[in-house]
Every structure is written in C-alpha cells, then in structure tokens.
Design a protein around this ligand. Sequence first.
Ligand code: ADP
Length: 383
Amino acid sequence: MSINLSNTKLGIIGGGQLGKMLNLAAHNWHLDTYVIDPNPYCSCSTSSIQLTEGDFMDYQTVYNFGRDKDFLTIEIEKINVNALKALEKEGVKVFPEPRVIELIQDKGLQKEFYKEKQLASSKFILLNGKESVLENIKNGAIHIPFVQKSRKGGYDGKGVHVVNDIQDLEGLMDCPCVIEDLVDIEKELAVIVARNHKGETNAFPVVEMEFNSKANLVEFLSCPSDISKEIESKAINIATSCINAYNMTGILAVELFLTKSGEILINEVAPRPHNSGHHTIEACITSQYEQHLRAILGLSLGSTLLKSPAVMINILGEANYTGIAKYEGLDECLSVEGFKLHLYGKKDTKPFRKMGHATILDRDIEKAKEKARFVQKKLKVIA
Ligand code: ADP
C-alpha cells in the first residue's frame, strides 16, 4: 500500500481546542488540513491552519466545505449530519461515520442503543418534557432520586439536572429528555479506544476523573487510575465492545461509572478526540490525536503504552474576571519539573472558561497530583 499524506486533503469540522490539537498532530505528517468554524477567533485561527468561517449546523455550508476534501472528520458532534451523509454518498471519506454521529447526538438514542446491544448502562426512560416527568412521578413510573438529561445539545454538565429531593423538581428542564436512575458512583473513569478500517482496535489506559464537588467540574484527570487490574481490564473490554457495537472508524471516548458495588456502566460516549485524552500527547507513545488520524486514514494503529504517569488539569478563567486574559503565576509553574502547558488561544477570559490545560508528568502519580495542586493554586487566569 502507498499513500501520499501531504497530498491528502483533510477537513475538520470544528475549530476549538480539540481541532487545534488534531491539526498539530496532522501537521507532523504534513497533511493538508482545513477547518470550518463559525468563530473567526476560534482556537484554530492561527496562521498555520486554513480556517473557513461558517456555521457547521447549516447544510449548504458543511456540504460546500466538504466537497473537495478526501477525508472529513469532526471535533464536535453538534453539526449538520445530513450534509455529511450527502458527502459520504458522493465518495468523501467521512469518519466517524455520519450514522454514528447522528445516533450519538441524541442521548435518548444512545441509551436505547446500549440497551439493544446489551452494553451495561443505567436504567432509563425517555420523556417529552417537564409535565410528563411530573406525571410519571405521580403514577410511580419514576422515583426520586433520578437524573434528567436533555436528549440533545448538552455539554460539560449543562443539560444535566440531578433530582435528589422534591425541591429539585423546580429545576426540571422542559425538553425531550432521558430520565436515568441516579448511579451510586464510586469513581468516574474514561477509556479512549480506536478502531481502524480493518476493525482492529486499541485502547488507551483507563483514566480516572476526580471532581471538585463544589464547582461540579473535573479537578484532576489521572492516569494510571487507582483501580484494580480486574476493573481496568473490564473497563477496557467494555469500551472495546462499545466501539465494535458502533461499527465505527476513528476514536471513541467512553465515559464510565464504576459503581459502589463494583459494576461498570457506560455513561456516554464521544466519537472524536476528547478532554479525557489530553494527557496522551505527552504521556503515551501515540497521542489520541495521532491515533484518530491513523484510524480514519486507514493506517495501522499506534502503541497506546503509557510512558509516564500523568495528571491533567483544566486551566479555567478565575471567577470575577472578564476581559483580555492574563496568566498570573505562569513562570513559577513552568519551573515545575514535568509541567507541560497548552493554551487554546482564547483572547478573553470569563469565569470558569476553559482557557487551556496542563499535563504534569512524574514517575510517581502521587507526586504528579501534588504538583498539579501547586499549579492549580499558583496559575490564575485574570483580566
Ligand atoms: P455531559 O454530556 O454534559 O458531560 P454527562 O452525561 O457526562 O453530561 O453528565 C455530567 C455528570 O453528571 C457526570 O460526569 C456525572 O458526574 C453526573 N451524572 C450523569 N449521569 C448520572 C447518573 N445517571 N447518576 C449519577 N450521576 C450522573
């Protein structure tokens, strides 16, 4: 087989930070990349990336963008799938496959898929809005506590409402939704797994997410995770079964709940590079971005071996600051051994806006966590 990578036109839908990091990996191979995003100041608006300004929810815009590309991929799921289906029919190689993106865009369809494929996930029902949720509580079909999720459009916990008691019913969302059992979570884990055209798969080591209960945000993402070998291989097997069930090409980030009783349940998936794989840039032999490229271009998958334990932290805008971003304490952080900085090029900071991330490498995961705590205390994004 021969392939001319620098003559291969790759279109990426979405110009956020994941798109930027995917471009950086693609540039190592000198692929000819093009990005579309509605925001002319998005993370991909650097001189080295060919950016088209356009709304990726619009059929004609996506269709026009994709027509002359050899390959198309995504860094976000909220896009016009019908345009991708039309392009696929015309011979553009679209990965992940549009039918997979369509299914994953809707958390209701995702849950039905897991049920049909007998992949373990929390119990659920699908409802139309607030009134039907209240009716189902009255008739005993739903019991408090439960979790309400908007079927479409949610991200980073937006579109998720936990009902622990009667007072929480006030905050119910009025939209088509999934009502799930509230899971008794011991740990939140994630596995990124890749699958290429030949159906070969390879998973990255399991990552553990530690949440800040006050801010309801991921505080640390650490790898290796503090779980038994048995749970680790169970999590990897579930993620691999999941990507095989989707019969898809590319990488799939599988978010999992390890329950207090030792079960592993699929929470949700994303068929693209994911926040839970940022650390792979420095910590693994192959990054999630390179792996995605290998998978979609029909190449052999790379080794996912962990070179060093790592902790990833998001760099968020400080509360109470809005305006042109300044990074306080950055130089002290740069003097920490194993500290690697990634900034997303967002000019303005806002409270809790994701401005970048840092990966901290150390042979000892506990030391990496200590250093990550130091960075969290020192590094402030202010205006
Ligand atoms: P998003 O797509 O916005 O990230 P998720 O479905 O991942 O939404 O939910 C966000 C968070 O809400 C999860 O990381 C978890 O902490 C909590 N959560 C979601 N579903 C459940 C559930 N069924 N039981 C308990 N907690 C849940």
